[in-house]
Design a binder for this molecule. Structure first.
Ligand SMILES: N[C@@H](CCC(=O)N[C@@H](CS)C(=O)NCC(=O)O)C(=O)O
Length: 216
């Protein structure tokens, strides 16, 4: 049986959701972002940067969510345009765009939530990353206007936005992002997404719906 190394509320939801879409069984091994477990030798043998997700599958371990999604779609022959086809470049663009956006979200998580003491937080960096997040959201909004999914049909590029869609409106108000909000509702209505969420466990990152910028 495959094993997904997972933290509730994190990027590993991308993989869990895609596995549900593919109807591939997987066991979950739950880790914490804060107890040091991801820094252990045991975990770094699976994922050298000490990050989730890592997926044990087909007799090997794969880390990096984008690589896992590409591997799964290639080996299962589903939910991505085949290499060399015209839509492939667009698929890859949005797959990697999601990670660019996730890195900004991660910086905001660090500043608003994880960094201690609070005086170590930089108001300037928080404002900068909030603006950089809004730029990516405007790009996503423009792309999604008038379409149901990232590509013409549902694909793994949609799964790659799983962590982002929950996080982005915690830092940027939803005004002006109707296409993203509608898309998010479409995602939440998918049975495979609902099954993934039910298995994923409660979010361990956010304790507030919205994080205001401070003046520091
Ligand atoms: N590019 C990596 C990023 C993975 C990543 O940063 N995961 C976060 C959770 S969303 C993590 O494990 N953070 C632990 C840490 O930074 O110590 C991927 O997409 O898999």
């Amino acid at each position: 049986m495959s094993v997904l190394h997972h933290v509730p509320g994190s990027r590993s939801l991308r993989v869990l959701w895609l596995l549900e879409e593919l109807e591939e069984p997987v066991d979950l091994r739950i880790w914490s972002l804060t107890d040091g477990g991801l820094r252990s030798a045991e975990f770094r043998a699976l994922s050298p940067a000490g990050r989730v997700p890592a997926l044990e599958i087909d007799g090997r371990v794969i880390f990096e969510s984008g690589a896992i999604l590409e591997y799964l779609t290639e080996t299962r022959g589903r939910l991505a345009p085949a290499p060399g086809t015209p839509e492939r470049a667009e698929f890859l663009e949005w797959l990697h765009f999601a990670e660019t956006q996730a890195n900004i979200l991660q910086n905001l998580n660090i500043h608003h939530i994880f960094l201690r003491p609070e005086t170590a937080r930089s108001g300037a960096l928080m404002r900068l990353d909030t603006k950089r997040l809004a730029v990516t959201m405007h790009a996503l909004e423009a792309h999604l206007s008038g379409r149901d999914w990232i590509l013409t049909e549902f694909s793994a590029a949609d799964c790659m936005l799983a962590f982002n869609l929950d996080a982005m409106f915690r830092f940027v108000r939803p005004d002006g992002f109707l296409a993203i909000a509608t898309y998010r509702a479409r995602v939440q209505a998918r049975p495979a997404y609902q099954r993934a969420l039910a298995r994923a466990g409660s979010d361990t990152i956010y304790t507030q719906d919205f994080y205001e910028l401070t003046n520091g």
